[in-house]
Design a protein around this ligand. Structure first.
Ligand SMILES: Nc1ncnc2c1ncn2[C@@H]1O[C@H](COP(=O)(O)OP(=O)(O)OP(=O)(O)O)[C@@H](O)[C@H]1O
Ligand SMILES: [Mg+2]
Length: 370
């Protein structure tokens, strides 16, 4: 600060210094994106808040460092206090009329069964919740709901709540089950364990709608929907029922080689649902004894397919025994082995997904983080 500068002048100088910090995804500076709040100068100290578009932002540390360096270029400033916060932005009340308090609904899908969709969905939900986001999982696999087992809530039942609607009439809603910081609803809570479920097409649409409309989800940043394999009635009902922010396609190397994943990708694109990215699961095998990596089906297929299809590649997960065991025991790997290689990969994928969601949201309207 020059001796003639007032604190207000210094605030302006800090603001213009921060204009040199560019959000690499959005391609604009943090000030004009409305991400810098509450700049306060007190002698040689400046404090301000950075409001990121997601708490799971993988560039949090980088942006914080760049903001600090930029602020320190202002003459007279030697101490920079930064509060990093996040507010998930959404281009509209994403859930539309059915889910007005849910900012983003994300489908987790695959071309064929058994690729690890539910495992990936459950772990991504926990990773986003651990980063500080409000997260829900809707298990829409009405034929074989596995989310309750994966999340360790198999014995739970959905409770009901009644509250007064705007017209004074009582409204009844189902309450999600909470586990590992995530709100969960599954068909598994409504049927007897081991009972087969036989659904006909039109009924499926009703189930999907019921899980959207008749559940008191509360305010959520991300609602992840675990879909049954393929692109059948449930997927179509979901795409018709609510505006989705996008879909994540879970694949395996064989699935990519056989182009099965492409079919599900195209199905979403037909509904104008953006593809947020591909996750390649079981990409390679880690021997439990030696931890040696075996690229059984070759390497790089998922990345190459994503490039060819011009969709983001969110990352790959190896075939890993502890992950399978954790799923079977209802304690997801992020809870049992939070520092394992697999958990680090999952957190990275969750960060990339959150980042992709922010990018999608920005495509429609300017950020408003008041
Ligand atoms: N990366 C992995 N490493 C080891 N085991 C895994 C991995 N991913 C998933 N599994 C295991 O593979 C099996 C199938 O996974 P999951 O149920 O998540 O697949 P899905 O695609 O949801 O199947 P479905 O199509 O039947 O819904 C489970 O036993 C799970 O624990
Ligand atoms: Mg599944």
């Amino acid at each position: 600060m020059n001796t003639t500068d007032t604190p207000d002048d210094t605030v302006a100088q800090v603001r213009s210094a921060l204009q040199t910090v560019i959000d690499p995804d959005l391609g604009r500076d943090l000030v004009s994106l409305g991400m810098i709040k509450d700049i306060v100068v007190d002698d040689a100290q400046v404090s301000f808040t950075v409001v990121l578009t997601t708490p799971a932002c993988p560039m949090k540390e980088l942006l914080e460092r760049q903001c600090r360096e930029a602020a320190l270029t202002v003459p007279g400033i030697s101490d920079v206090q930064i509060k990093m916060t996040a507010k998930v932005v959404s281009k509209r009340p994403m859930g539309g009329a059915l889910l007005p308090d849910v900012k983003h609904v994300i489908a987790v899908a695959s071309g064929k069964g058994g690729v690890g969709k539910s495992t990936v969905c459950a772990n991504l939900a926990i990773a986003l919740a651990q980063a500080g986001a409000a997260v829900g999982v809707m298990d829409a696999d009405v034929y074989g709901p596995t989310i309750p087992m994966l999340m360790g809530v198999e014995d739970e039942v959905l409770e009901q709540t009644t509250y007064e609607g705007p017209d004074g009439n009582p409204i009844k809603k189902l309450l999600p089950v909470h586990r590992h910081g995530v709100s969960i609803v599954s068909m598994g809570f409504l049927i007897e364990p081991g009972q087969p479920v036989v659904w006909r097409g039109p009924m499926l649409g009703k189930v999907v709608n019921q899980f959207l409309a008749d559940v008191a989800w509360g305010p959520l940043d991300y609602l992840l929907v675990d879909l049954p394999p393929g692109t059948g009635d449930v997927t179509m009902s979901l795409c018709e029922a609510i505006p989705l922010t996008g879909a994540v396609i879970v694949t395996t190397p064989q699935d990519i080689a056989a182009s099965i994943a492409v079919k599900s990708l195209r199905a979403f694109q037909r509904f104008n649902v953006p593809i947020l990215g591909i996750v390649e699961n079981m990409a390679y095998f880690i021997a439990p004894d030696t931890r040696k990596h075996y690229q059984i089906f070759g390497h790089g297929g998922g990345q190459a397919a994503a490039e060819e299809l011009k969709v983001p590649f969110l990352g790959e997960l190896p075939l890993d025994m502890p992950m399978r065991r954790a799923g079977d025991e209802g304690e997801p790997i992020l809870m049992t082995h939070p520092d394992s290689e697999q958990s680090v990969f999952i957190k990275e994928i969750a960060g990339k997904l959150a980042r992709q969601i922010s990018i999608e949201s920005r495509k429609f309207r300017p950020l408003n983080v008041v």
